[in-house]
Design a binder for this molecule. Structure first.
Ligand code: FAD
Ligand code: SF4
Length: 518
């Protein structure tokens, strides 16, 4: 064969993929392989494996319908050698192409492997930029160094985001931000009023392809977290677009106001549920931003909601990806707060008297989804306060969410949630006591613990853990202006009170470490 072998990975199910841009159906072949090594490098949630394999099978079918020659290796193919590298070697032997074309991998471990593929197959391997992201690696690096076209004020998401807004002309009024401000986050922290219910998001019942994948995953990965039952995520570009349209029509207008709210029995609230589609390649980040802006321009969504949504994608998503590549592989070893405690079993079982954690973990197990504030302020906040080992927490987040890939998971977990990066991603730890959870949710109303108490057996554990965390790290945070307020409060506290709080925290953690029901 005198054409190119175009290798497409599981999270690259995009018609606009750079490795397919100059595909010639007359000479080229697209190869896709389902391999065990990718399904098991961590024990991914069963629904996440269904999502990726089903999206791959649908994408292969769509390519074939366009007249593209597709060589698709299934997981249960007896000849499958079950790693990407060895499957590429076999594919090269089968097709004898003159070169291999790929789009760069999203994760460090796979990119390292990919860099050696040319030696493994004895051919040129053309590794192309992933142009689905809105900021290229070299652009981000240049911004971080302060030498690029994107002006750098400080290495913070907010300044990066402003440059991205200008560059993509999203929500701009000439060269000024729409409405006069860049960020409307202060308006996006309301508690959900009693009786308000979010319109249920659309579900996408499994078709025959997905059902076949569900049976395969249930059989092959019975000991993975979560179950395939109830799978209803989009697995095609058409369904991903329907999910986005539904969000824009029915939930975007309220997305801002109640972005940080949490509610028992409302796993998704007004969130968009587009991360699985964007991260698998079914939807482009730009399309999501543009759809939100169009709704705003048509008067169908307020500015605080639209700006909030666009900031998450154009700002946070691109920023954490940039930071991941800027700091890897060191990022994966960072443990600035020297946290070493083992992950408690209730992160898997949901068996805890802490109602907030119980619901966050139970929702996660059922849907392979929890929204941002559950991830950050419930499971993340607890891990931060209790000093859980970042490596274990990282792995947990990578396993349990259907949208989890290391490039986005790690900066959010090690950086934003655990402050294990010492302040690379965020300028201060997102530590909070039970008061925040009580303000933003109804969890505390149905909890075994009393959120108003800080010491005593029935006191909310988050309260004592919060002050114990501040006391443990007081010296470390002394120079951080954003930590000045809690540290001053701690300083003014009666030492006997501080000791009582620390004793309560120690007793709670000891019981937790001993495997007691806490
Ligand atoms: P919405 O709340 O509706 O937001 C819209 C979109 O904005 C998301 O789909 C996502 O693409 C983007 N977005 C929002 N916040 C972030 C963020 N902090 N970083 C990157 N993109 C963001 N997101 C992942 O895609 N994969 C992960 O593995 C992941 N792990 C996380 C771990 C922790 C500890 C935290 C705090 C956040 C994590 N996030 C992760 C970010 C965010 O929580 C999810 O993107 C979001 O909950 C997905 O649901 P949604 O589509 O309904 O998002
Ligand atoms: Fe969580 Fe404490 Fe509220 Fe219980 S009282 S739900 S443990 S914050």
């Amino acid at each position: 064969m005198s054409g190119a072998l175009r290798w497409v990975l599981g999270d690259q199910c995009s018609a606009s993929l750079s490795s397919l841009s100059d595909l010639d159906p007359a000479t080229d072949v697209v190869v896709m392989a389902e391999v065990l090594s990718e399904c098991t490098y961590v024990k991914h949630h069963a629904k996440k494996i269904v999502l990726v394999l089903s999206a791959m099978r649908h994408f292969a079918r769509a390519l074939a319908a366009r007249g593209v020659r597709v060589d698709y290796i299934r997981l249960d193919d007896p000849a499958n050698t079950q790693t990407l590298r060895t499957e590429l070697q076999r594919a090269v032997e089968r097709h004898r192409p003159d070169r291999v074309v790929v789009t760069e991998a999203g994760e460090w471990r796979l990119m390292e492997d990919m860099r050696g593929w040319h030696e493994a197959v004895g051919l040129e391997v053309d590794i192309r930029d992933d142009t689905r992201f809105l900021c290229r690696h070299r652009e981000f690096r240049a911004w971080a160094r302060g030498t690029g076209k994107l002006a750098k004020v400080s290495l913070r998401m907010e300044f990066f985001y402003r440059e991205m807004r200008r560059r993509y002309a999203l929500l701009m009024d000439g060269d000024q931000p729409e409405g006069g401000r860049w960020n409307y986050d202060a308006e996006n922290r309301k508690r959900l009023p009693a009786g308000v219910r979010a319109p249920p998001p659309p579900r996408f019942p499994p078709d025959a392809i997905t059902q076949e994948v569900m049976a395969l995953v249930a059989e092959r990965f019975p000991d993975h977290f979560g179950a395939v039952d109830g799978f209803a995520l989009p697995v095609t570009a058409q369904d991903a677009q329907r999910a986005l349209d539904d969000f824009v029509e029915t939930r975007l207008a309220q997305f801002g106001d109640w972005q940080d709210a949490m509610q028992v029995g409302e796993a998704t609230l007004f969130h968009a549920l587009v991360s699985t589609s964007i991260n698998t390649g079914l939807l482009t980040p730009l399309a999501a931003c543009e759809a939100a802006e169009a709704a705003y321009r048509a008067g169908a969504a307020p500015l605080n909601a639209t700006e909030g949504f666009i900031r998450q994608i154009l700002g946070w998503r691109e920023f954490v990806r940039g930071m991941y590549w800027l700091k890897m592989p060191e990022f994966g070893k960072l443990n600035a707060l020297e946290a070493t405690r083992k992950l408690p079993w209730f992160y898997w079982s949901a068996e805890t008297r802490m109602n907030c954690i119980h619901h966050a973990v139970a929702d996660t197990r059922e849907h392979a989804y929890a929204h941002h504030i559950q991830r950050l302020m419930i499971t993340g906040n607890f891990a931060l306060l209790a000093g859980l080992d970042p490596a274990e927490v990282d792995e947990w987040y990578l396993i349990v969410y259907a949208d989890a890939y290391e490039w986005v998971e790690m900066p959010n977990v090690r950086g934003m949630a655990l402050f294990a990066d010492g302040g690379i991603v965020g300028s201060k730890p997102y530590a909070s006591s039970g008061a925040y959870i009580n303000r933003m949710s109804d969890y505390c109303q149905h909890c075994h613990y009393d959120v108003k108490e800080a010491v005593g057996e029935r006191a909310c554990p988050f309260n004592a853990l919060y002050w114990d965390f501040m006391a443990r790290h007081a010296t470390r945070f002394a120079g951080n202006q954003r930590m000045a307020l809690p540290l001053r409060t701690l300083e003014r506290m009666d030492p006997a009170r501080v000791q009582a709080l620390r004793d309560r925290a120690a007793a709670f953690l000891a019981a937790m470490d001993a495997g007691e029901l806490v």
